[in-house]
Ligand binder design. Sequence first.
Ligand code: MV4
Length: 504
Amino acid sequence: MPKIRKVLVANRGEIAIRVMRTCKELGIATVAVFSEADRSALHVRTADQAYLVGPPPSRESYLVQERILEVAKQSGADAIHPGYGFLSENASFVRACEKAGIIFIGPPAAAMDAMGEKTRARANMIQAGVPVVPGSTEPIKTPEEAREYAQQIGFPIMLKAAGGGGGKGMRRVEGLHDFDSAWRSAKSEAMSSFGNDSVYIEKYLEKPHHVEIQVFADQYGNTVHLNERECSAQRRHQKVVEETPSPILTPELRAKMGEVAVKAAKAVNYVGAGTVEFLVDVHRNFYFLEMNTRLQVEHPVTEWVTGLDLVAMQIRAAEGEKLPLFEAPEPRGHSIEVRVYAEDPARNFMPSPGKITHLRVPGGPNVRDDSGVFGGFTVPNFYDPMISKLSVWAPTCAEAIARAKRALSEYVVKGITTNIRYLHGILSHPEFVGGDYDTSFLTREHPTLLGDEDPQLSEVAMLASTLHAFQRDQKRAKTLPSGAGAGGTGRISPWRLALKNRRR
Ligand code: MV4
């Protein structure tokens, strides 16, 4: 079995540092790559060696496959960890690593191919017996064909780009009257985002939850799931807060979704850490959305409740070790992660790069700050403005919320604007605390989350949203099938029970 002795981390910021930390603990040497904008970045200082790979734009530096491979050879690295983003889901890069005799710490290229194109992924999942959102499994060629298909499955429908996920090239269509304009704009956005204007159709799910399952596989087909992450707190398809366990899962639903996620991974011969994303509807039906074939930003919450080091597991799997566990670990306690961004929530979340003149990072029991910055660092404007991920663990959800708020209140970042107060507002919001927030939460509640300067006004906003949440509960109790809600049967549903426990 090949032992990995030196890892090139083909990334920057907090994730590069996260990977290097585990390497150090395993006695593995690290190599950083950096652009001209990142000469003084923390990941460069953290690595044992560092190489300049190009000018600031990532197209000319972090994304240049030949240059990254050249550095790997020059430095004597035997493996490359891609982090997330950049080259992490690029099958041609995986093949280039293979050709160069360098271990890619991630899934095989074929597994990426099977999941990369969305209609192909859907067809593969149907084949494997995984439930997918009702809709087409091939791109639709003409608007006539699309209109006919839409009428068949019934409006509202969603037009989605086949070339990639993440909400780009996605349009909700109410009916025939707005079909043509949605068709045109979905196609042109798909083209500019993915260089592929293929579009397919799905039935539109109202206010779904985004729940994803972490999976892990070794090279011998042993595959487990490592429980879920609730990721419904998103804005513009960017996750803002993640937590595990999900407040809407019962142990039974967790086991069912976990089993399906393992089936999905096995169907594409997956190896390493992966995530199967699901949409969960109001009746708690769940549907495969896409599979992310990489380590994800929000992996720390899974590490908190399982006690595992996912990066160490990735490295061991890449070396050919067998999986050390054969069934899902029981989630222990509760974990929440918030993403700290250099951005201004009051100015439509405009990025706020610049020099951090003063920095105090939170600490204390069961608080983890995965940061890519330091006091005196200038946040460049070329990359994603996330500067850190703050994650906490506590025995119960209520304690985890209290701990995350406490940690946020310790966070001091001067010189640039951050979303720290906004994050505190989310964690204080009754809908978040109640645990039944769906993917419409952050957009819908935007005004109440901004943290008004006038405390009386924000009090009113909070009260209004409490009433709103109450109304939603009432409505849901009426619309859910008996047993699923409190719905007149006098029974307390497992979900309600979970919510009650949440307030302990
Ligand atoms: C949907 C949907 C409703 N119905 N598909 C958004 C990102 C992309 N990965 C899929 N997304 C959605 N797909 C159908 N058929 C609603 C969303 C959606 C969403 C999903 C996950 C998290 C946040 C979201 C916010 C708005 C819409």
